[in-house]
Ligand binder design. Structure first.
Ligand code: FAD
Length: 323
């Protein structure tokens, strides 16, 4: 029997969707009698306890301390290492999120584990767990197995279907945070970018703008369409570099990786570094006035036209359908 530890993520008292996906990933990577453990780190975690206890896990480890209110790599790595010592897992699963991408390698180094990042699929083949991840900016996939345990993986959000809440009450164990003598970095303040209503990395619909949007104001019709569809706005690095929008919206190799149901690329040429962050979207719609733009090669639907005409038209049509 082996044990899989899922590292939960939460925000504003709510578990993030990727945590339920990681729990499902744990199920896919384990055999029948394996145990699921969940680590929850933060401060004032009472609001989460109930939803966590509805997860079909054997154990939930809670580490609650004021120093863990905000993500701090050193503090979180210390807290998580304590959980790992208590849980003694064979495998650890993180979301491939800003936190997971940062924390997973620190933990892998601490516990001398192999790591596979950005996993999009997990299969059990002949009693071996096979992890699939995209390579070459999504142009190919590689399948990997671990030769030893413990192992660490990060899973790409929106790829593995989320586990349903269940009645399986988990045993909750509190782990007292052994605060390091001193932290090399301390979070003093978190300034929130409140522009997006929907979290970009978890959005089901992403409306993205590139240099073709031409100005910060040019993003307004995109935001209107995204709001109507309950989606989020993203951007190419071209748009971010031109100061049309914040870098937190950048999608691509050096930005966020998104896998929405629908990705609408407006005025984006389709450079390989951008495609690396969105090519796994279920449906790709491209709006570009250049019929030769490379984005059309990966688009399921292409509209050759001026985005300032096409996007408002789409919004009007969706308004009619959605009421
Ligand atoms: P452009 O390539 O200038 O394309 C603009 C498009 O808009 C054109 O196709 C044009 O036909 C179209 N257009 C113009 N006006 C209109 C209109 N009115 N209506 C419709 N279409 C219109 N890029 C990323 O996006 N993400 C990354 O993470 C990233 N990382 C990088 C890392 C490295 C190491 C390097 C070297 C580059 C990286 N880049 C990244 C940059 C990338 O190479 C491209 O330069 C960038 O993606 C181009 O952005 P763009 O498509 O918005 O701009």
């Amino acid at each position: 029997m082996s044990k899989i530890l899922v590292v939960a993520e939460h925000r504003d008292g709510v578990l993030r969707q990727v945590t339920y996906e990681a729990i499902q990933a744990a199920t896919l990577s384990s055999a029948e009698n394996d145990q699921l453990h969940v680590a929850v780190i933060g401060h004032q975690l009472e609001s989460l306890t109930e939803s966590l206890s509805r997860i079909d896990a054997e154990k939930v480890y809670l580490t609650d301390h004021p120093d863990l209110q905000q993500y701090n790599p050193e503090a979180y790595a210390t807290a998580l290492k304590q959980v790992i010592d208590a849980s003694n897992p064979d495998g650890i699963i993180f979301g491939h999120t800003a936190i997971g991408r940062d924390l997973a390698p620190i933990i892998s180094a601490k516990i001398d584990a192999g790591q596979i990042s950005d996993v999009t699929n997990i299969e059990n083949v002949d009693d071996q767990v096979v992890f699939t991840r995209p390579i070459y900016a999504g142009k190919a996939f590689e399948k990997k197995v671990f030769q030893s345990s413990p192992w660490v993986v990060t899973i790409r959000p929106n790829n593995i279907s989320a586990a349903d809440p269940s009645d399986g009450k988990a045993e909750v164990e509190n782990i007292e945070y052994a605060k390091p003598a001193s932290l090399r970095t301390v979070i003093q303040d978190v300034v929130r970018n409140t522009s997006g209503k929907v979290d970009l990395s978890e959005a089901k619909i992403v409306v993205s703008g590139g240099r073709g949007v031409k100005s910060a104001d040019g993003f307004k019709p995109l935001q209107e369409l995204a709001d109507l569809l309950g989606g989020a706005v993203g951007a190419s690095r071209g748009a971010c570099d031109a100061d049309y929008c914040d870098y937190s919206l950048q999608i691509g190799q050096t930005g966020k990786v998104v896998t929405p149901e629908v990705y609408i690329a407006c005025g984006i040429s389709g450079a390989i570094q951008h495609v690396a962050g969105m090519s796994q979207s279920k449906i790709i719609v491209a709006i570009n006035k250049d019929p030769e733009a490379p984005i059309f090669k990966i688009a399921d639907y292409g509209i050759v036209g001026d985005l300032f005409e096409v996007v408002p038209l789409l919004t009007e049509e969706f308004k009619k359908v959605l009421g």
